[in-house]
Design a protein around this ligand. Structure first.
Ligand code: ADP
Ligand code: MG
Length: 699
């Protein structure tokens, strides 16, 4: 859309004063363009309304008629309270029905006998001695003035989500005017070849049809948001997304990076001291990374792999390669616990290698920034704190980002900016459904570690009600008595006024009384980093038998001797979270148990989550199911990853369309990387990405 008119405020439109403008703004509409993209959430077929006499109870339907009478009745409810029932008798010449509302006194003021109304709702028989038809709590519209009724009846009618300050009918009328006056101003930025190749509907036409459908044949697809007009808008979003991703990738690979070529002595010395052999999948991925690193195009690679598949060691091998070639490296993790854990692991792994490693987190005060800047430190491990301006490197050549989806495109760019086109390796242990990965990581090459180190036995996952203490404690006791360790995970740290949740602090007190013979530790996000580090170290050294914690252990904590995890209030946790938590056990030989304990009545979604997690240990399957339950908008995804908001969500399930969008975006970028031949498109893509990243140099 090019036209400036579309950017003018809705207030310019007749019928929208300051008060209505505020109502519009409340639902996110400031400009005429915004209004176009504010789609109806439902459509109603009012092409031909049925005679009341022919209606059948049980159906959801719409009728039009005149108000014959209105009435207020009072009832006693079961507890003796007074119920107010407002009734409207509406007739259309063929028959009549009653619309009824309980306890909504203001309604009686809205209607007058003789007015024409449209009612839509579910029809039922009223159960009185001479049964009539009744429609409880229908949606309604008063046709006060017949002049504009062609907008509201006799067609497929859009139903919008409106807010206080404007009625459905007023809103629809304004939309009708906007669409009528401005749809012709909508200029389609999509290259015409693509429109015909992919058989897309035009943008102006699509928007107009989405608001005021011209044909009732579209009713079904419109209501399921799968009409060709919806698909056109989905495609726009995906195409702009992919073009932006393609441009980001191009901007970084166009620049000359570092070609890491050296003898590999450090790396080999490390592999010689490693107490295990890399799995086939790890070797394959190490090979892919080494090949990338040797090229002068900056690497942008993602390693995906389920919890426990051994990504850390793979990343570390790449880091060693960079260090040997004379560069500094940095590893950024999303939480302090995880950063500290990486620090401890890597310090241990590299004890013999003589490299300088530094931990840099928000709460770690003894920073040696000067040594980082002078190049003495080879590897800096840390959190967001790494992004601060005061952190400068002498020769940063290699960037590793763990749990990539917790950071945005922008943060990745910031970190990369501390070096001169360093190679970037990002890792994620949260398996991402393919459709989502294709979009949110579209600018990365992807490696998958799809094999667990040998000798792992997946944890047995069992579901308990909170009352089954004997069984739960039995398993806990058996394992700890054998010298294994346990986690007990709580959804909250401390008691508070507004929750009845079981908490970690209280839980520790209780468990210490039940099992005085065991040692306990407490780990949660509010503890100072030094204390957390201390507790983790004690747990690793087996000086703590049972670690009581919150979800801070979700990512990373690696103690192979731990064989039991009890999740308190399991119904409260998300699927991905449960999978991550469970990944803390089953990391060594021998069996292990994940006990999910339910404390509250479980809703349908929670039940589904728990069933899946009990049944499956495959992270990718779990992620697909998670996406299915939560929907893409809610999935950890797009927003956190720093991507533009999708104007029309719920598209991420359509892998075919994503693939098409990607293919076409790549092809177009290949032909015309700056989109010089499609200025309108370039402008739309920039606008789509605005506030996120600058895609094109100027104009
Ligand atoms: P991830 O980060 O992928 O969840 P980690 O890198 O933390 O997994 O590795 C999990 C555990 O597996 C660590 O204890 C690590 O030492 C061990 N490990 C990694 N690779 C292998 C391997 N090839 N053989 C045996 N153990 C391995
Ligand atoms: Mg890890």
């Amino acid at each position: 859309m090019d036209s400036r008119v579309l950017d003018s405020p809705v207030q310019d439109i007749k019928g929208i004063g300051p008060q209505r403008a505020r109502a519009f703004e409340k639902i996110g509409i400031k400009s005429i363009r915004d209004a176009f993209y504010y789609l109806p959430f439902r459509y109603e077929d009012r092409t031909s309304l049925s005679n009341i006499s022919s209606l059948v109870p049980g159906d959801h339907l719409t009728v039009r008629g005149r108000i014959i009478s209105s009435d207020i009745r009072y009832f006693k409810d079961r507890r003796g309270g007074r119920l107010r029932r407002f009734e409207l008798t509406v007739g259309d010449g063929s028959g009549s029905l009653r619309a009824v509302w309980f306890n909504q006194p203001y309604l009686s003021r809205l209607f007058r006998v003789g007015q024409e109304v449209i009612l839509s709702g579910r029809l039922q028989t009223d159960g009185r001695p001479a049964p009539g038809l009744e429609m409880p709590h229908p949606e309604f519209e008063v046709i006060s003035d017949g002049r504009d009724s062609f907008i509201h009846v006799g067609r497929v009618v859009p139903v919008y989500r409106v807010t206080e300050g404007i009625t459905q009918r007023q809103f629809r009328k304004i939309m009708f005017e906007i669409v009528g006056s401005f749809a012709s101003e909508v200029v389609d930025p999509m290259p015409p070849e693509l429109i015909s190749k992919l058989d897309l509907s035009g943008l102006g036409e699509s928007l107009a049809e989405l608001h005021f459908p011209s044909d009732r044949a579209f009713l079904g697809p419109l209501n399921s948001k799968s009409s060709r007009y919806h698909r056109r808008l989905y495609f726009d979003d995906l195409f702009y997304l992919e073009l932006g991703m393609g441009k980001i990738k191009k901007n970084s690979t166009d620049s000359k990076g570092i070609s890491f070529v050296c003898r590999g002595g450090l790396k080999n010395r490390f592999l010689d001291t490693l107490p295990y052999r890399l799995t086939g999948a790890q070797q394959k991925v190490v090979g892919e990374i080494m090949s990338d690193m040797s090229k002068s195009v900056p690497m942008q690679r993602l390693i995906q792999g389920d919890v426990g598949c051994g990504k850390t060691v793979v990343a570390f091998i790449a880091v060693l390669n960079a260090i040997e070639c004379g560069y500094q490296a940095v590893l950024m993790a999303p939480t302090e616990v995880l950063a500290e854990q990486h620090f401890l692991t890597i310090r241990e792994l590299s004890a013999e290698l003589g490299i300088e490693i530094e931990l840099l987190t928000g709460s770690n005060k003894k920073r040696r920034l000067d040594l980082i800047e002078s190049g003495t430190i080879d590897l800096v491990i840390g959190t967001h704190a790494l992004l601060q301006e005061s952190v400068r490197f002498r020769r940063l050549g290699f960037v590793v980002i763990d749990e990539q989806h917790k950071f945005g495109v922008r943060q990745r760019a910031l970190l990369r900016g501390k070096g001169v086109n360093p190679d970037v390796l990002v890792m994620t242990a949260t398996p991402i459904p393919r459709s989502l990965a294709l979009t949110i990581f579209a600018d990365l090459d992807c490696s998958v570690i799809d094999e667990l180190p040998p000798g792992r036995t997946p944890a047995r996952t069992l579901l308990f009600e909170s009352g089954q203490k004997t069984e739960i404690f039995g398993i806990l006791k058996d394992e700890v008595a054998m010298g294994r360790q346990a986690y007990i995970v709580y959804p909250a740290i401390e008691e508070s006024e507004d929750t009845d949740l079981k908490t970690a602090v209280k839980g520790k007190e209780i468990f210490e009384k039940i099992f005085p013979e065991y040692t306990f530790g407490l780990l949660h996000g509010k503890m100072p980093a030094s204390e957390k580090e201390h507790v983790m170290a004690l747990f690793k050294k087996k000086e703590i038998d049972i670690l009581i914690s919150t979800t801070v252990i979700e990512v990373g904590l690696d103690v192979p001797n731990a064989s039991v995890m009890i999740v308190v209030h399991a119904e409260r946790f998300g699927l991905a979270q449960l999978h991550q938590l469970r990944g803390r056990i089953g990391r060594g030989p021998g069996s292990s148990f994940c006990l999910l304990v339910i404390y509250e009545p479980v809703g349908e979604d929670a039940r589904r989550r728990l069933e899946i997690i009990v049944k499956s240990s495959d992270g990718f399957r779990i992620a697909e199911e998670d996406l299915d339950i939560r929907g893409p908008g809610d999935f950890f995804g797009a927003r956190q990853a720093g991507l533009p908001d999708m104007r029309v969500v719920d598209m991420l399930k359509d892998i075919e369309m994503i693939k098409t969008a990607r293919k076409e975006a790549e092809a177009l970028m290949e032909r015309d990387p700056e989109l010089r031949r499609s200025p309108l498109l370039r402008q739309s893509v920039s606008a789509f990405w605005s506030g996120k990243t600058e895609l094109f140099k100027t104009g």
